[in-house]
Design a protein around this ligand. Structure first.
Ligand code: HAS
Ligand code: CU1
Length: 537
């Protein structure tokens, strides 16, 4: 049973998460229209970059962080069957995150922080943007501590027992986030903040990009893990079956944690400040991290197949038709996995050093991450919202049919929008441009794809509005529903010590991080790669 405090904590986090999501979708529609270059009256690079920076920050940092915190609190109390450890700390973290969001939003909306969600120097934002972003990270650390402490306390009180899978995965994510956020925190505190406050004239951009790469890759798995928790813990039961293998699930989460961290240089393949050997090493790791996703695909599809066959599905593919497509969690899983096929394929192309040269900094890259993040990951967030809202608000979901329509339209819109971006990237369209106003044979070939992108954008906006409408109606009109406990989402009871513990894995990560980032960061201080006086400062 969930206590009132946890319910409130989870709902308060979800409101910020999904409010930001809805707002960011509105910015998105302006962006597809502006970027297409077809409507001269809305052309404005200044407004475009302010909008796309706000959109990116809201989606990548605000939606995710608040959703992950809310879902983490819910998972911890329901799977461990204990109240939140130190609710005051949890609420303080929430308040700090929210303050950070407000502080960052002001310069973003005023066009004083049009630095995109990656905020790479030398483009500079108003100091309040960096202060806000730092507070968001600091507040989320409170959540991290609470998850790790609750994991430890439960283990202490249940010696020899296995931590339930959803909490094991949430704790893996908390450790992942603790490691991940250090890179950007160092960049913010030692470089961006002093520089934007005027305490330093200039900073080493190569070092800043290296520190950001430390964060940029693993952060995508921080966003992904809640989606995988749903795939492993909720989907098999919703489909009428059970998880094919809990051991494989734990292995997948651990592999994401260990391999996801030391590989950020696949974002820097085309950068000059890092050497080939370091890039090669990070590339090997990048291929390794595809493994847990392949494992996930295998285990989840095997679980779905078992469920489909149990429901009477026959033949090689008959089980697919036998699945309960009317169940939002099951439908979301199928659509998510479908988007993961192309999104993951795009990731493998990006990761291949030579092919990266072809797609880097082109529209292909936003195509990749919209499909895999806004597609695969957010679809599971939406399904989780439909699953959790009745439990948290005590109200019945307003309409299952509308929720299914919403999930379908989100999928259709995302495919219509991102397929052209992949093609545009191959046709040479750069990313991070505000519009294509110049006419040449090359850019004329882009036009049909720009139109498709706009259509996709409108379908997505409609879908997002429907999502907000369903939640709003559930909250305000839904009939009261008796509370149900989460079904027992733990399959096999006993797993080995290695799969129930994070100490050895954290030590391994420490070693791998030193290998991957030790010299690449040290070189900036030893080799004098950067000499401000040479540039007349
Ligand atoms: Fe990525 C850039 C490589 C996964 C997000 N990525 C980005 C950026 C973002 C992002 C936001 O190596 C842009 C950053 C920026 O602004 O500069 N990415 C990868 C690789 C993977 C990957 C190798 N990315 C993700 C995930 C993200 C995400 C997940 C968000 C949540 N990515 C890159 C690289 C770049 C990059 C380079 C830099 C590009 C550049 O040049 O700037 C892998 O984890 C992907 C593994 C996945 C697979 C797919 C397996 C398929 C399965 C589905 C099976 C389903 C079936 C259908 C068969 C190999 C498991 C079933 C059907 C039924 C009916 C049931
Ligand atoms: Cu990455």
């Amino acid at each position: 049973m969930i206590d009132t405090n946890t319910k409130r904590l989870a709902l308060f986090n979800f409101w910020i998460a999904f409010g930001s999501f809805a707002l960011a979708c509105v910015f998105g529609i302006y962006q597809v229209l502006e970027r297409s270059g077809l409507f001269s009256f809305i052309q404005s690079p200044a407004v475009y970059f302010a909008s796309v920076s706000t959109h990116g920050v809201l989606m990548a940092f605000v939606l995710t962080t608040f959703f992950i915190m809310g879902f983490g609190y819910y998972t911890a109390t329901t799977s461990l069957k204990m109240p939140i450890w130190n609710p005051l700390l949890a609420w303080s973290g929430y308040a700090i995150c929210l303050t950070g969001v407000v502080l960052a939003a002001i310069p973003l909306l005023l066009g004083k922080a049009s630095v995109l969600y990656t905020f790479y120097p030398p483009i500079q934002a108003n100091a309040f943007f960096y202060i806000g972003a730092t507070l968001l990270v600091v507040g989320s650390w409170f959540w991290t501590v609470i998850m790790i402490v609750m994991f430890g306390k439960w283990k202490k009180n249940h010696p020899g027992e296995t931590v339930p899978l959803p909490m094991f995965a949430t704790t893996a994510n908390a450790y992942l986030w603790a490691w991940t956020s250090v890179g950007v925190a160092l960049e913010a505190v030692f470089q961006l903040l002093p520089w934007s406050l005027g305490l330093r004239d200039t900073i080493d951009v190569g070092l800043a990009r290296t520190l950001f790469a430390w964060t940029l890759h693993p952060i995508v798995y921080f966003w992904l893990i809640p989606a995988y928790i749903a795939l492993y813990s909720y989907v098999p039961i919703a489909a009428g079956g059970k998880l094919f293998s809990e051991k494989l699930a734990r292995v997948a989460f651990l592999l994401i944690l260990v391999f996801g961290l030391p590989i950020g240089f696949h974002h820097l393949y085309m950068d000059p400040e890092q050497g080939t050997i370091a890039k090669f090493w990070h590339m090997v790791g990048t291929f390794a991290v595809a493994l847990p996703t392949l494992l996930t695909g295998f285990t989840v599809i095997a679980s779905l197949e078992m469920a489909g066959r149990k429901r009477g599905g026959k033949g090689l593919f008959g089980w697919i038709g036998a699945l309960p497509w009317q169940n939002t969690m099951v439908l979301a899983a199928i659509l998510s996995l479908l988007m993961l096929v192309l999104g993951g394929f795009g990731g493998i192309v990006n990761a291949s050093y030579a092919m990266n040269a072809m797609v880097h900094n082109t529209a292909w890259v936003p195509g990749h991450f919209h499909l895999i993040f806004a597609g695969t990951v957010v679809t599971m967030y939406l399904a989780l919202a439909y699953h959790l809202w009745p439990k948290l608000s005590g109200k019945k979901l307003f309409s299952n049919d509308l929720a299914l329509t919403q999930l379908w339209t989100w999928f259709i819109g995302m495919v219509i929008m991102t397929t052209p971006w992949h093609v545009l990237g191959l046709l040479g369209q750069p990313r991070r441009i505000s519009a294509v106003q110049y006419n040449s044979l090359l850019t004329l070939a882009w036009q049909p794809y720009e139109l498709l992108m706009i259509i996709g954008g409108f379908v997505l906006l409609g879908s997002a509005c429907l999502f907000v409408y369903i939640l709003f109606k559930t909250q305000t009109e839904g009939t009261l529903e008796p509370q149900t406990d989460e079904p027992n989402i733990q399959g096999e009871a006993v797993v080995s010590l290695w799969l129930n513990n994070f100490v050895p894995w954290n030590l391994l990560i420490l070693g791998l991080m030193m290998l991957s980032y030790g010299w690449p960061i040290l070189q900036f201080f030893v080799l004098k790669t950067y000499n401000p006086t040479a540039w007349g400062y």
